[in-house]
Write a protein that binds this ligand. Structure first.
Ligand code: C6P
Length: 413
């Protein structure tokens, strides 16, 4: 990165982590927000606040234009063919639920098969559990092979004429593995199934082109890419969105309403019932422009470099186990340390000003595959640097030394 991007993020100058600078290594959970995004939200509420798609007055039209500009920016960002294929949701979770409910409940039948992977976040598991219970569809799983990579051989084995959906995570939030989603999409289509990609951990960190991937649906969250919380995106192929039933009913999503029946607006409005998160969408546009200005290729290279450096630096810590692909590691590094609970690691690091996440990361099936209850996880973003990795490594070494089992003789010395 050209300059210290931390200067764009006010939190690094406001949060006092016990007199120490904030070393924020939990960007996979949510990223910090640059002042450009905070300013865009402030501007909207201070200068342009009105409801959208409703008023004939100028202020409402300006608010509507800003909201629709954000949709166009989101389409451009992932190279979607048209803004109408972008549905604003609350987050990736809601985007994935929208597909499961609006498409899955209406199209899956008993015995149909939905293929997921062993790496999925609960957001791409639980909605399918619910849909399977209602429809009688059967869930199958792509296995994880060596070097924390999905085993495409296991996908080929379970694909069949019964497969109706293949839904996989683009980048694992635990391992940082980049999955070959273009190839997975091709295989899904060959079997006549839909391909759905959970891009919550890819879109913020690397260039993404949904047309190149060829997928049918793609989901992500604004808050993981410098944008505000409460705004997410679902990209869907327009002809699919057109044929789908709505997810929620109410204002904004209708064409005509009679006492006992109604018909619906065209997509994307059919899926945006009620007053949307206007400020959130405007903040997301500012985040997109911020990232485009830096360049997603630069963001990706920077994070891979930090991830590789962290993997090398942390591998020297006694008793550490690192869960990160050697070949295609990114800026996510999960680890455990013998005899130290991941929550204790997080607490110790916090006392040194280092914020990491510990737990199952909403990926309990993956934890079982890895045969651990939980891991500690550091995740890097564009504002992190090698100095942050250094502080992490030193704090971890210090913490691990406290927990090192001592011999009886040493204890009673
Ligand atoms: N993962 C993490 O710390 P939401 O909460 O809807 O914005 O994103 C859900 C989600 C979906 N898919 C993947 C791969 C994710 O990583 C997440 C969110 C956070 O890893 C919170 S559990």
């Amino acid at each position: 990165m050209d300059h210290d991007l931390k200067h764009d993020f006010p939190i690094f100058f406001h949060w006092d982590s016990k007199g120490k600078p904030l070393i924020y290594l939990d960007s996979a959970a949510t990223t910090q927000k640059p002042r450009q995004v905070i300013q865009a939200i402030d501007d909207y509420y201070s200068k342009y606040n009105a409801n959208v798609h409703r008023g004939a007055y100028e202020l409402s039209q300006v608010a509507t234009d800003l909201y629709e500009d954000s949709r166009a920016a989101a389409a451009r960002f992932i190279n979607a063919p048209e803004p109408e294929s972008i549905v604003f949701t609350r987050n990736a979770t809601e985007s994935l639920n929208l597909i499961a409910y609006a498409w899955g409940l209406n199209n899956l039948r008993e015995g149909d098969e939905v293929i997921l992977s062993e790496m999925e976040h609960h957001s791409n598991l639980v909605p399918w559990h619910i849909v399977a219970r209602h429809t009688g569809a059967v869930l199958k799983f792509i296995k994880m092979g060596g070097d924390f990579q999905l085993d495409l051989g296991s996908l080929r084995k379970i694909l069949s004429a019964k497969t109706k959906v293949v839904s996989v995570v683009h980048v694992s939030n635990v391992l940082g593995t980049i999955n070959p989603v273009k190839e997975i999409t091709r295989l899904a289509h060959e079997a006549g199934a839909l391909a759905i990609i959970d891009g919550a951990q890819s879109v913020p960190h690397m260039p993404v082109d949904v047309r190149d991937i060829g997928c049918d649906f793609f989901a992500f969250s604004g808050h993981k890419m410098c944008g505000p919380t409460g705004i997410g995106v679902l990209y869907g192929r327009l002809e699919l969105l057109d044929r789908m039933e709505p997810f929620l009913g109410g204002g904004e999503m209708i064409n005509e309403v009679f006492p006992t029946t109604s018909n619906y607006a065209k997509p994307p409005y059919k899926f945006e019932a009620g007053t949307p998160n206007i400020a959130g969408a405007i903040g997301l546009k500012a985040a997109i422009e911020y990232l485009e200005n830096i360049g997603l290729q630069n963001v990706m290279e920077h994070e891979i470099e930090l991830g590789n450096y962290a993997a090398e630096r942390l591998s020297a810590v006694e008793g550490i186990r690192i869960f990160r692909p050697k070949k295609t590691g990114t800026g996510v590094i999960s680890f455990t340390v013998d005899n130290v609970h991941p929550h204790d690691i997080s607490t110790i690091l916090d006392s040194e000003g280092v914020a990491i996440r510990a737990g199952h990361h909403c990926a309990q099936p993956l934890m079982r595959t890895l045969q651990v209850q939980s891991t500690a996880r550091a995740s890097f973003y564009l504002y992190n640097d090698k100095q942050d990795v250094e502080v992490l490594a030193k704090a971890l070494e210090k913490g691990v030394a406290i927990f090192k089992p001592r011999k009886k003789a040493d204890v009673f010395k």
